[in-house]
Design a protein around this ligand. Structure first.
Ligand SMILES: [Fe+2]
Length: 244
């Protein structure tokens, strides 16, 4: 997610302020009113991610990608700000960190039904993204792949292609289908970002995590049906959350 990288907000948080971003229609906020259980689930997953050195993601569509971990902090989004200096989203319910610089290697294949944000669109045909040395090096596919290439090229910034945050959804009250019922201006897509068992990865900045990359091009990509492994241990299998 973005939103914490504004200098005024950073200084506010450093001074002990708390910021809760709430940008969804009222009925979504009500359905996703955060609970202590949400916090417990996110923090339990975070305990696993904090000690992991690698994340591997695969899918039947052809995704096979590895990220090195350990250089960046956790992004624990559970929907409320219960401590000084905390920033969060309501609604939320997912966990992420940032891929170590230069480490992402492999291929990510978006399958029909996967989602591009901020386009707020469901992919209808496969898009193959080839990653090497921490960057997306090629985007292949049909019209939607071309649309994505055109959008990213429009920034004229090579840092737009870096891998940013990576993680998975932990919110059972978030639903994949919801975004399809709203006009683009009515939602920022916090349902697909948080759906339990998604794989959410992104491209672009890492200044939110303390890095130096501040490119304005940031694309969040929630995916269905992936298997996510931390040092070989699955936390998501075929899009289903592994808990306990
Ligand atoms: Fe993001």
């Amino acid at each position: 997610m973005g939103g914490r990288d504004d200098g005024r907000l950073v200084s506010n948080l450093a001074a002990g302020g708390r910021i809760l971003l709430a940008v969804e229609p009222p009925e979504i906020l009500v359905r996703r009113t955060p609970t202590m259980e949400d916090r417990t689930r996110v923090l339990a997953a975070s305990a696993k991610l904090q000690v992991a050195k690698t994340m591997h993601v695969s899918s039947a569509a052809g995704t096979d990608v590895t990220f090195a971990l350990g250089d960046y902090p956790m992004l624990e989004e559970y929907g409320f700000v219960d401590a000084p200096g905390r920033w969060d989203h309501w609604p939320s319910g997912f966990l992420a960190t940032w891929s170590n610089e230069g480490s992402a290697e492999g291929m990510i294949v978006l399958a029909p039904g996967d989602i591009l944000l901020p386009q707020k669109s469901y992919v209808t045909a496969p898009i193959t993204l080839r990653l090497a040395g921490g960057y997306v090096r090629a985007i292949e596919g049909g019209y939607e792949a071309g649309h994505l290439r055109d959008y990213m090229e429009s920034f004229g910034d090579p840092e737009a292609y870096a891998v940013s945050h990576i993680g998975w959804g932990l919110q059972w009250r978030a639903h994949w289908s919801v975004m399809g019922f709203y006009d683009r201006e009515a939602t920022i897509g916090m349902d697909p970002r948080a759906c339990a068992g998604n794989f959410l990865w992104s491209t672009g900045p890492n200044n939110e995590a303390g890095g130096t990359r501040d490119t304005a091009c940031h694309i969040d990509i929630p995916m269905c049906g992936c298997t996510v492994r931390l040092d070989g241990e699955a936390v998501v299998v075929d899009g289903n959350l592994v808990e306990g």
